[in-house]
Write a protein that binds this ligand. Structure first.
Ligand code: IMP
Ligand code: MG
Length: 182
C-alpha cells in the first residue's frame, strides 16, 4: 500500500497481471533469441521497473544498458524532436539490441531512437514495450513484443510518472482528475 493509491481512479493493469505477462514475454524472447545474447537497452526513467523485472524473468543471459532521452514538446504531447540526455556507454556494433520501453504513445520518440541506434550498425534491433496506446499504429514501427494494449488515457505507476511522481506504484493506474488540479 502507498499513500499515492488515493490519487488513482482506476487500476488499468494490476501487479499480478504485469508479473504474468512479463513471464510470457520472457518465454517468447528466450525462444526467439535462441543462441543470441540480447543487449537490453532500457529507456530511462520509465522503463526502469520493466527492464529489471524482464531481465530477471529471462533465462538467457543479457547485458543491461540504459539510455535517457527527452522529447521536446508541450505538456504530455511528444514532438518527435528528441535530445539524448544519457547516451549508451557501450558500442552496440554487431550486437543484438533489444530496446526496452515503458509505453508507446505517438511512437515519435521510438522512431527517432530506432534510426539513431540503427546508424550504429547493430546485428539486429528488436523492440519490447510493456504498454502501447492506440495512436502508436499511426507510426509504422515494427514492435516485436507488446505487453498490453491500453486505451488512450494518461496512466502512471510501474515506472511511469506524472511530474516525476507515481513511478514507484507496483501497478498501472489512471490518475484522478483532481490530481491535475482540475
Ligand atoms: P511517444 O513519443 O508519444 O510515443 O512518447 C512516449 C513516451 O512518453 C513514453 O516513453 C513515456 O515516457 C511518455 N508517455 C506516454 N504516455 C504516457 C502515459 O500515459 N503516462 C506516462 N508517460 C507517458
Ligand atoms: Mg519513456
Amino acid at each position: 500500500m502507498s499513500v499515492l493509491d488515493a490519487d488513482i481512479e482506476e487500476i488499468v493493469v494490476s501487479a499480478d497481471q504485469i508479473d504474468d505477462r512479463i513471464a510470457e514475454l520472457a518465454k517468447e524472447i528466450d525462444a526467439d533469441y535462441d543462441d543470441r545474447e540480447p543487449v537490453l537497452v532500457g529507456i530511462l526513467k520509465g522503463a526502469a521497473m520493466f527492464m529489471s523485472d524482464l531481465a530477471r524473468a529471462l533465462e538467457r543471459p543479457t547485458r543491461m544498458e540504459f539510455m535517457a532521452v527527452s522529447s521536446y514538446g508541450s505538456g504530455t504531447q511528444s514532438s518527435g524532436v528528441v535530445r539524448i540526455l544519457k547516451d549508451l556507454d557501450f558500442d552496440i556494433a554487431g550486437e543484438h539490441v533489444l530496446i526496452v520501453e515503458d509505453i508507446i504513445d505517438s511512437g515519435l520518440t521510438l522512431s527517432w531512437l530506432l534510426k539513431n541506434l540503427q546508424a550504429r550498425d547493430p546485428a539486429s534491433i528488436s523492440i519490447v514495450t510493456l504498454l502501447r496506446k492506440p495512436d502508436a499504429v499511426k507510426v509504422h514501427i515494427d514492435v516485436n513484443y507488446v505487453g498490453f494494449d491500453i486505451p488512450s488515457e494518461f496512466v502512471v505507476g510501474y515506472g511511469l510518472d506524472y511530474a516525476e511522481k507515481y513511478r514507484d506504484l507496483p501497478y498501472i493506474g489512471r490518475l484522478s482528475p483532481a490530481v491535475y488540479g482540475g
